[in-house]
Design a protein around this ligand. Structure first.
Ligand code: ATP
Ligand code: MG
Length: 296
């Protein structure tokens, strides 16, 4: 952790009644960095983010966001944040343009409304009432509202849920531009390709605990990322995991069906999360198999 960290989280705990949703999470986000918080449904991602945003109280642990404890953050602090909640309930009886112009006025140095409308691809819908937009279009308004205040730190909780593929690419461009301007970003997403495209570092959280933390190309460790060379030998598939796929391929020559597969972030993630959850799922799978056997 350095003084250039815009977010510092140390041993964070969040309980809802007797249920522990966040169970000792620690990480930091450096200035200008895009950090992805990944993990299955119910892992504790939104709970963590909403504590950082000042939307939720924490049970224990130390949290600093732009040098301030979120439970004590004032208006000046809030004006430096951009927030896209997982569910916004943005169903206004005003147009896209009116809503953005209205919110822009709360910030000392807002972005140009037209520029933001174009960046999220809502030019043709800018005079439409928000309640008449489609789900994906409404989500684009959420993203637009998150960036209108020219935030120093942007929180994006599953921002692209409901986006069509083109809108997703457009969003990636927007994030790259914000990043180039020096914006620090905390992103959660279930789209692992999105996380791989946009993030510098990631943390994987499962059952309220951080199970892996590291550079987006290193997380999970070198073993999880070892490439696999696959080919057919007399019609039978063969494969070899190797750190020197070039050498293996050179030895093989030109076999049928030759391919070199590098594990994607999604492969690494599934392995990490599978390892943590295998206990629970294994017993469930065992039970259903047993039932099937009885039925047969
Ligand atoms: N207000 C609440 N009261 C009680 N339990 C809650 C509350 N909010 C969240 N939880 C529980 O805390 C756990 C973590 O929820 P959280 O929303 O942080 O998960 P998440 O990682 O964001 O999941 P998802 O990927 O589905 O958005 C879940 O088991 C959830 O049911
Ligand atoms: Mg969530």
């Amino acid at each position: 952790m350095t003084s250039e960290s815009v977010v510092l989280v140390d041993d964070l705990h969040k309980k809802y009644g007797s249920f522990t949703a966040v169970d000792g999470v620690s990480f930091d986000i450096r200035r200008g960095e895009t950090f992805a918080l990944l993990g299955p449904n119910g892992a504790g991602k939104s709970s963590t983010i909403e504590i950082l945003e000042g939307y939720r109280d924490r049970t224990s642990g130390t949290v600093s966001v732009l040098g301030t404890d979120p439970e004590k953050g004032g208006l000046d602090w809030k004006a430096k944040l951009g927030i896209v909640l997982q569910s916004s309930g943005e169903s206004g009886n005003v147009t896209v343009r009116e809503q953005l112009s209205h919110f822009a006025r709360f910030y000392p140095s807002p972005r140009d409304v037209d520029e933001v409308i174009a960046a999220v691809g809502l030019e043709e819908k800018q005079k439409t009432l928000i309640r008449k937009l489609s789900g994906g279009q409404r989500r684009r308004v959420d993203v637009a509202l998150g960036v209108i205040g020219r935030p120093e730190l942007l929180f994006l909780d599953e921002p692209t849920t409901g986006f069509d593929p083109e809108a997703r690419r457009q969003f990636w461009e927007l994030i790259r531009r914000l990043k180039a301007e020096g914006t620090s970003i905390l992103l959660t997403t279930h789209y692992l390709d999105e996380a791989a495209q946009l993030s510098d570092r990631a943390g994987v959280i499962a059952g309220g605990r951080m199970v892996a933390l590291g550079g987006i190309n290193e997380i999970g460790g070198p073993d999880a990322r070892t490439p696999v060379v696959r080919w057919l030998e007399n019609g039978v598939q063969r494969e070899q995991r190797t750190t020197t796929p070039g050498a293996v391929v050179a030895q093989l020559g030109e076999p049928e069906g030759l391919e070199v597969i590098r594990p994607s972030l999604e492969d690494v993630y599934l392995q990490l999360v599978g390892d943590t959850e295998s206990g629970a799922f294994a017993s469930e799978a065992g039970a259903s198999t047993a039932k099937e056997e009885v039925a047969l």
